[in-house]
Design a protein around this ligand. Structure first.
Ligand SMILES: N=[N+]=NCCCCNC(=O)[C@@H]1[C@H]2[C@H](O)[C@@H](O)[C@H](O)[C@@H](CO)[C@@H]12
Length: 456
């Protein structure tokens, strides 16, 4: 592995708290490949990506990073990088090919072996139950639109809790319910590709019911920690106008409060009824007794901010304004580290002192190919991570209880409908040969971890 050209200077100003966990994150469908191996059932992403026109270039997860077969080398790679934790997700349809009922022991064994290898290498597993890959068999029964999904999800959680709890001590129920519903049910860009303002709130609500049911099931037999992961993004009004202020309030409620409010406060923000109009159901207040469950932590995925103005978009009537002097990543997201500090302070002030992990943070930039000297030079990513880690430290200084950081992502991987066109990894993947090459950002991150942040 290429060595960093220069050892970074130490700066104790940025030393992170004792026990702060440094890691990286991935998701099953984005890296594993072999989606139907060893008795696994199809997921909605297996189906969606094989539907013509749904993904860029028809890219799919049939091979991805071939992690299902290369997991041992990938764990060694994590060890060599000095990772203390690894956030990954389990493919539900490997465990329960029909979504409920029959357990596929080979699928369970894969994750059990992965967890053991992580622990043997001093790496703490953070396990996400659901990172968007619903069993196709459950989608055929209505998926997240069927209120039974809460029982299905709790059943799936129990299978994993019984098999892995104790070795896994940090559990996550859902990854980013906002993207699941905004992408999968409102705008249709993600599986299962629905486009309905009537379905989106129902899917959102059922996802939160399922989250509550999985936490309740964990409390009945789990002995460690469980939380929820949300993608949230600070919204700043584009002008002083009341129209832009109102649009910003709607956008904030829609992305940032729509899931945290029900999970932590037992209610929805009032703006959502305005956003969805007649499509906003009259939810049964009893549902919140299931949705609100005590959590041990919240995971926050942060990528960017949004300067927001009123527009005629559907159904939000709000949209982002491009910032002429800003830097943007390859996904068109503004690089804005201050937004992470602002967001973390908002979280603390709104929801209290619940422990927080930054469960995803990173960016896709155009990376050069592997150079003759074995380096992948990605200074923009180093700059992005450097500034966001400092922003996190500023929030810690301001009293936010942040327990760890998982860079998105360990590996270049399948960026959902964008296929393999966007590279978020700190490790380059040659999809032709499956060769892994730590980028300069990985070598830099190793030094940051080794110094516990002092080299920021
Ligand atoms: N405007 N704007 N806003 C940005 C909205 C970001 C929403 N997308 C995410 O958070 C996904 C999360 C996902 O877990 C992972 O599976 C994805 O690979 C990454 C990268 O896309 C991120």
């Amino acid at each position: 592995m290429a060595q960093p050209a220069d050892a970074l200077p130490s700066n104790s100003r940025y030393q992170f708290p004792k026990g702060f966990l440094w890691g990286a994150a991935t998701a099953a469908h984005q890296i594993e490949g072999s989606p139907m191996a060893d008795g696994a059932g199809p997921s909605i992403w297996t189906r969606f990506a094989h539907t013509p026109g749904m993904t860029l270039n028809g890219d799919n997860g049939d091979i991805a990073c071939d992690h299902y077969r290369r997991w041992q080398d990938d764990v060694k790679l994590m060890r060599d990088l000095g990772l203390q934790a690894y956030r990954f997700s389990v493919s539900w349809s490997r465990i329960l090919p029909e979504g409920t009922g029959r357990v596929n022991q080979a699928g369970l064994d894969f994750y059990s072996r992965l967890v053991d290898a992580l622990l043997e290498n001093g790496i703490e597993p953070l396990l996400t139950l659901y990172h968007w890959d619903l069993p196709a068999a459950l989608d055929d029964r209505g998926g997240w639109l069927n209120r039974d999904c809460a029982d299905w999800f709790a059943e799936y959680g129990r299978v994993l809790y019984r098999a892995l709890d104790g070795r896994v001590k940090k559990w996550v129920t859902l990854n980013e319910p906002w993207v699941i519903t905004d992408g999968g049910y409102l705008h249709g860009a993600l599986a299962p590709g629905h486009r309905s303002r009537y379905e989106a709130p129902i899917a959102s609500h059922n996802l939160m019911r399922a989250h509550g049911a999985a936490v309740q099931a964990y409390r009945a037999e789990g002995k460690h920690e469980i939380g929820l992961v949300v993608n949230i993004e600070p919204k700043y009004p584009a002008s002083e106008s009341e129209a832009d202020a109102a649009a910003t309030r709607r956008a904030h409620a829609y992305m940032n409060e729509q899931y945290l409010h029900p999970a932590l406060l037992g209610r929805y923000p009032p703006e959502l009824k305005e956003v969805f109009g007649d499509a906003w159901p009259d939810f049964d207040p009893e549902d919140f007794k299931l949705i609100v469950q005590p959590l041990d932590f919240v995971g926050i995925n942060y990528y960017t901010r949004s300067v927001t103005q009123a527009n005629d978009s559907y159904p939000l009537k709000a949209g982002a304004v491009r910032q002429p002097l800003a830097t943007y990543s390859e996904t068109g997201w503004e690089v804005f580290p201050q937004g992470l500090t602002d967001l973390l302070l908002w979280f603390k002030n709104t929801y209290g002192d619940l422990p927080v992990y930054i469960t995803e943070n990173g960016a896709a930039f155009f990376d050069p190919p592997v150079a003759e000297n074995g380096h992948v030079c990605d200074p923009l990513r180093i700059n992005y991570l450097h500034k966001h880690l400092r922003a996190i430290h500023d929030a810690i200084d301001a009293g936010v209880d942040i327990r760890g950081y998982m860079v998105w992502s360990l590996l270049d991987n399948l960026e959902w409908s964008l296929g393999y066109s966007k590279r978020f990894g700190i490790v380059h993947v040659n999809y032709g040969t499956q060769e892994r090459t730590p980028k300069d950002s990985a070598l830099w991150y190793s030094q940051v971890i080794g110094s516990h942040g002092r080299k920021l």
